[in-house]
Every structure is written in C-alpha cells, then in structure tokens.
Design a protein around this ligand. Sequence first.
Ligand SMILES: NC(=O)c1ccc[n+]([C@@H]2O[C@H](COP(=O)([O-])OP(=O)(O)OC[C@H]3O[C@@H](n4cnc5c(N)ncnc54)[C@H](O)[C@@H]3O)[C@@H](O)[C@H]2O)c1
Length: 251
Amino acid sequence: MERRLEGKVAMITGTASGMGRAAAIRFAAEGALVEGCDLDVEGNAETAALVAASGGVMRATAPIDLAEEASCQLWVDAVVARHGRIDVLYNNASACVFALIDQMTREQWDFTIRNELTLVFVATKAAWPHLCASQGLILNTASVAGHGGGPGGIGHSATKAAVLAMTHVMAAEGAPHGVRALSISPGVVQTPGSADQLAQPGAMDGLLMASLVKRVAQPEEIAAVAAFLASSEASFMTGSDVLVDGGLINH
Ligand SMILES: NC(=O)c1ccc[n+]([C@@H]2O[C@H](COP(=O)([O-])OP(=O)(O)OC[C@H]3O[C@@H](n4cnc5c(N)ncnc54)[C@H](O)[C@@H]3O)[C@@H](O)[C@H]2O)c1
C-alpha cells in the first residue's frame, strides 16, 4: 500500500460504520493520523481496533452528535490540541429518512435536514480556521441522489444536492486561503446504512439494472477514491464532484 497520506491529520465523520469505517482503515493504511467520530460508541471503538490491528493510527471519539455545535467544537478543539492542525475534514456521516411526499412527517423531514445537511455545515465551520491555517481539504460525501431524484428521496435528494452546492461555496471561499473542497457521489454501496433499502425485494433492481456494472459497490471502493482525493495527487482539484457510481448516471 502506498503511503500517500503520511502524517496528515484526517478528521473523518461517521467512522463507526460503512464508508466511514472503510475510509478510516484506508486512510490509516496510507499513513494518516485518523481522528474518527460518531454517535455510535461501540461501532467506533470497533473501527479503531480494526485500524490498530492493521498497524494504523486512529483516535475514536464518541458519542459526538455532529449537528450539535458545542459537541462538534469540542471534538475539533481536542484534535487541534493533540496535533496542532487539521489537514483533511471528511464529512462522511449522515442519517436520513426515505418516505413518499404524502407520508413523510415534518419530524422526519427535520431529522433528515439536520443529519445530512446541518452537520456538514457545523463540522466545516468548526474546522474552518484550522483548515485555512494548514491549507487543508474538505471532502464531502454527496450522492447520486443529489444529481437526481426518485420516489422516497424528497429529503435525501434535497440534502445531497445541497451538499454539492455547499462544496462549490466552500471551494470558492476556501481558495483565497489555499483550502480546497471536493465531493464524492457514491452510487449504491453495501453498508449498514443501505441495508434496509437493499433488503427490500425488488427495490434496487431498477437502480442496479440502470448502472453499467450491475452490482453494488463495496465501501472500500469509495474509500480508495477518497484516499486519492485526500492525497497531494489530487492537488489541482477543487470544487469538483467525483461520481463513483458504476456508471449509474452518465450513460
Ligand atoms: N450506502 C449508500 O448506498 C450510499 C450511497 C450514496 C451516498 N451515501 C452517503 O455516504 C455516507 C456514508 O454512508 P454509509 O452507507 O456508510 O452510512 P452508515 O449508516 O453505514 O454510516 C453512517 C454513520 O454516520 C453516523 N452518524 C449519523 N448521524 C450522525 C451525527 N449526527 N453525528 C455523528 N455521527 C452520525 C452513524 O452513526 C453511522 O455510524 C453518507 O453521507 C451517505 O448519505 C451512501
């Protein structure tokens, strides 16, 4: 394994599960000092153990509710106190409710906005001065859902389209400080977060048939792209979204 992230301080959100866990393992394997947070204490500790078992460095902080400013700020302050800087903020964590428009409650809508959108703003704002100081990178997780919309995605597609737009703003405001901002738009990825949807009979058939590769992705396939984007090899990229969707959208 190349060590393209040697010594970089990488804050990754949502490291207890799915793509956040895979990113923690991959980033640490490439030499990053991983700072991972999550609401889920047990899952996050498991990830830290997996990283340690493979010889990497990860500090697991949990429970942190990233949409709570005070709690998020404490995490950022602790990371800066430990390392003196932040090189990468990977806004991966999210939670949402899928429901048809006439069935989605106001509470479900608010939950989705809070846990897919507000948490990206809160974490980015808290880390911003440190990213400016280190000419760091913000890597946001958007989704193919942000490029379009299907039944049940009224909240999810709205938040992910907003994450794409926020990435453009972060890139524009970050440029004078040497801060870059990118997003990844995964297609369908096999994670605990997508398990309910994937388990519904026939629910994903149309989506998968529409893709060119006819399969779901593994979280490691997204983490591999994230590691490249976080490395100096991607130094000329900012404001872009990278589709990692098995050819779902652009054909
Ligand atoms: N799985 C897919 O098919 C897919 C496709 C496209 C995009 N995405 C996006 O990729 C990212 C990761 O998805 P995943 O499938 O690995 O999800 P997951 O549900 O497996 O993991 C998400 C993690 O985020 C944490 N989290 C949620 N809200 C939080 C909060 N307020 N504070 C702290 N931690 C919080 C959860 O506890 C969980 O551990 C998400 O942004 C998701 O929207 C997923």
